[in-house]
Design a binder for this molecule. Structure first.
Ligand code: B12
Length: 269
């Protein structure tokens, strides 16, 4: 049996499916995988007998993988307009703004992380790519505007020590599209300030905490304790690559969610 270990980008390439489809196979247990830090790792031998079934037919394979790689290249080159053109192509092909974030922007950032981990790109390249991505998020913001009665306000942020802030911007827009008002505090929010903001928010219906690295679990658990001490009674959601269902509940969250759309659906119930 082969002991070759594959990242999700390689799994997607070998199966000929979109990155997010491979991710879904893993998160739903269709494909056995284990975590290595925040990355999912799959043994190559698992693919030998993997049956794509109906799910595999639902995605346009090569083109999606290619688009993710092309976007990653544009981001690393600091080419905002080139990157935006790829985003527009994707939207023109029928993708929703939420799919733009979850099916294109997120996997492109993951590809950059994998390349950084392999030593193929440097820290400055990664920073540059993140800056271009923030600009794409700025350009995409108007696409997520929604009309009609608001469903209440959600505070979104990352705990003290968690420097990854793009996920909270993505989450904020995805929730806005579902008619929630959002206060996005971004990355590395000091615990006391987070709590003060939550207590001062009108029509508050939930708090969404993003944990990208496992190292930030301590800060997130401390934040949840502080929110409980302050008698915050709305549901507290934890999510992101640094937590799973079990750890999120151990850390005191009311809910763990695999993605932000699931948070919106839960709050819509
Ligand atoms: C850009 C980047 C940075 C930038 C961030 C800039 C910024 N403005 O945000 C900077 C340079 C600051 C950075 C720093 C570091 N980074 Co970094 N970084 C990345 C990179 C390449 C992209 C992150 C990103 O924006 N992803 C896009 C977002 C949208 O995707 P996401 O975080 O997975 O979020 C999705 C879901 O998880 C979900 N989600 C997220 N939050 C929530 C919350 C809820 C409630 C729900 C429901 C869902 C949800 O929604 C998103 C889907 O759209 C990742 C690679 C990766 N795999 O993500 C590495 C990565 C996260 N970084 C990593 C590392 C190691 C670091 C550093 C420790 C490096 C160092 N030695 O200093 C520091 C850590 C700093 C800290 N204490 O937090 C590792 C983490 C490994 C680990 N063991 O945890 C990664 C995975 C890279 C790698 N392959 O090794 N990084």
């Amino acid at each position: 049996m082969s002991a070759e270990r594959l990242g999700l980008t390689e799994v997607a390439e070998r199966l000929g499916v979109h990155y997010m489809t491979a991710y879904r196979y893993v998160r739903t247990g269709r494909l056995a995988a284990e975590r290595d830090g925040t990355q999912w790792v799959v043994l190559a031998s698992e693919l030998d007998h993997f049956d794509l079934g109906d799910l595999g037919a639902t995605v346009s394979s090569e083109r999606s993988v290619d688009r993710v790689s092309r976007l990653a290249e544009r981001l690393l080159d600091g080419d905002e307009n080139g990157a935006w053109t790829i985003a527009q192509e994707y939207l023109a092909g029928g993708a929703s703004p939420t799919q733009l974030y979850q099916g294109l922007f997120t996997p492109a950032m993951h590809v950059i992380g994998e390349r950084w981990q392999r030593g193929e790109v440097g820290v400055a390249d990664e920073h540059r790519a993140s800056v271009v991505m923030s600009r794409l998020v700025g350009r995409s913001g108007p696409l997520f505007r929604s009309r009609g009665t608001r469903n209440g306000t959600i505070v979104v942020g990352a705990p003290a020590g968690e420097m990854h802030g793009l996920a909270t911007s993505f989450a904020a827009d995805i929730l806005r599209a579902r008619r929630f008002d959002v206060v996005d505090l971004g990355a590395n929010v000091p615990t006391d300030s987070f709590v003060t903001c939550v207590l001062g928010t009108n029509r508050l219906i939930g708090v969404v905490i993003s944990v990208v690295t496992q190292e930030s679990r301590k800060g997130a658990a401390e934040l949840i304790r502080a929110l409980r001490r302050a008698k915050v009674s709305v549901p507290l959601f934890l999510g992101g690559a640094g937590v799973d269902d079990v750890s999120a509940h151990e850390m005191g969250a009311d809910h763990w969610a695999p993605d932000v759309s699931a948070v919106a659906s839960k709050l819509d119930d």
